[in-house]
Design a protein around this ligand. Structure first.
Ligand SMILES: Cc1ncc(COP(=O)(O)O)c(C=O)c1O
Length: 400
């Protein structure tokens, strides 16, 4: 087994939450990013830390040099090892995991492979990810299902209010709830475990879209109490682009038909999903390095820092006239991601100005029937950079 990489000079006991900026400057130094602009659009994918990128390049070299001998002689054992490491990190068995290309692929395997019968229904929220919703609508058309979408408030009185909304929207035909763990538009964290418990009691399955929650939140998969989870590893875990994750509780693997694959594995063997053709092994091998880097920081520590960065700019931006925050008020109901709009300006015009005049890169998302500018810092983001964002918002609004 390979040596775990150490972040030089920064050993930390697990579970310790660091609030000192000097420590975080040391973490930030492990990321090499363009100095030409301030990237506050880390929601698309998460840049790899340098030790992960270096490992990825080493693997590329090795695979290139050995060519098909790598794939034929070494790949099965190397993959099995990565799956062990990943399973330990997730708190599940390797027989419950399959590495996909991304979260959309994982969610498609679930939505398209589920044994729906005509007349059954899928329950979702209006804020769920568009391509996952598209997959649900496509399957609904094909299999004569219905898809219902509910609105979820950003500032509920309690988790119970959200659970009730889902519960009240269930009908006798609802077979599956598709549930986004962290909403990509607003950063809202959904009470997944509580919704899942309610659904389980009603005999309804839950597919969790954990694209943003995986490795952003300090949670292991079994804590969610669901049988089906799709995620990616190239956002918050910081693995190279092109790796996703599918979790299916062992007893339920049989229930999902492979989207790709073959008949060489038993129906209850998760490897039935795996024969998708030749895969890019370097990205998959680097999952181990991404986990090692993540664990040096620690899940709780990382979640706390990301929330601190979000709260840092959101706290200042809330008092700027004309700025409306489109993210939960309760700091615990969101983590890294938040969004805003400026009264009297199109969101795209704001994002364009931020980039052109202030060198700050953000993205526009559809939020609650309108549009907002989404801001997503990363571990390499500094507070002075967030001050630049707040100053930019003050300037833009003052000129209106
Ligand atoms: C909630 C959610 N689901 C799914 C995805 C898709 O992730 P991927 O591009 O890795 O498939 C995203 C990406 O932003 C997302 O935010």
């Amino acid at each position: 087994m390979r040596q775990r990489q150490e972040i030089q000079g920064m050993p930390r006991p697990p579970g310790l939450i660091r609030t000192d900026d000097a420590y975080w400057d040391g973490i930030a130094a492990q990321y090499v990013v363009s100095q030409d602009f301030i990237n506050l659009e880390n929601g698309y994918f998460g840049i790899e830390a340098e030790p992960v990128f270096a490992a990825f390049q080493r693997y590329q070299r090795e695979i290139h040099d050995l060519n098909s001998a790598f794939l034929r002689l070494h790949w099965p054992q190397r993959l099995a090892h990565v799956m062990q490491v990943l399973a330990r990190f997730c708190g599940v068995s390797p027989e419950e995991l399959h590495v996909t290309r991304n979260a959309v692929e994982s969610m498609n395997i679930l939505v398209q492979g589920y044994p729906f019968k005509p007349g059954e229904a899928i329950l979702m929220a209006q804020h769920d990810y568009d391509s996952v919703g598209e997959a649900a609508d496509m399957v609904a058309e094909r299999k004569s299902l219905s898809v219902r979408r509910i609105a979820v408030p950003l500032d509920p009185q309690s988790d119970g209010e959200i659970v009730s909304l889902y519960e009240q929207a269930l009908t006798p035909s609802t077979r599956v709830i598709v549930l986004t763990h962290i909403v990509h538009r607003t950063g809202q964290i959904m009470p997944v475990a509580r919704i899942a418990a309610m659904a389980r009691a009603r005999g309804v399955d839950v597919f969790v879209d954990s694209a943003h929650a995986f490795a952003q939140l300090d949670i292991q998969l079994p804590e969610l109490g669901v049988d089906f989870i799709g995620a990616n590893l190239h956002k918050w875990l910081g693995a190279p682009l092109g790796v996703g994750l599918l979790y299916i509780r062992r007893e339920r693997v049989r229930d999902i038909a492979p989207l790709f694959g073959d008949r060489s594995h038993a129906l209850d063997d998760i490897r039935k999903f795996s024969h998708v053709g030749t895969v890019p092994p370097a990205s998959i091998l680097a999952i181990e390095d991404a986990i090692a880097f993540h664990e040096q920081i620690g899940s709780a520590n990382k979640e706390a820092r990301l929330r601190e960065l979000k709260e840092y700019w959101v706290g200042k931006a809330r008092s700027i006239p004309r700025v409306t925050l489109l993210t939960p008020r309760d700091p615990q109901r969101a983590c890294a991601i938040a969004a805003f709009r400026i009264e009297g300006m199109q969101a795209q015009a704001v994002a364009d100005l931020l980039l052109r005049d202030h060198g700050i890169f953000t993205v526009v998302r559809e939020i609650e029937g309108g549009q907002g500018v989404r801001v997503t810092p990363h571990l390499y983001t500094s507070k002075p950079q967030l001050d630049r964002l707040v100053q930019a918002l003050q300037q833009i609004t003052a000129s209106l």
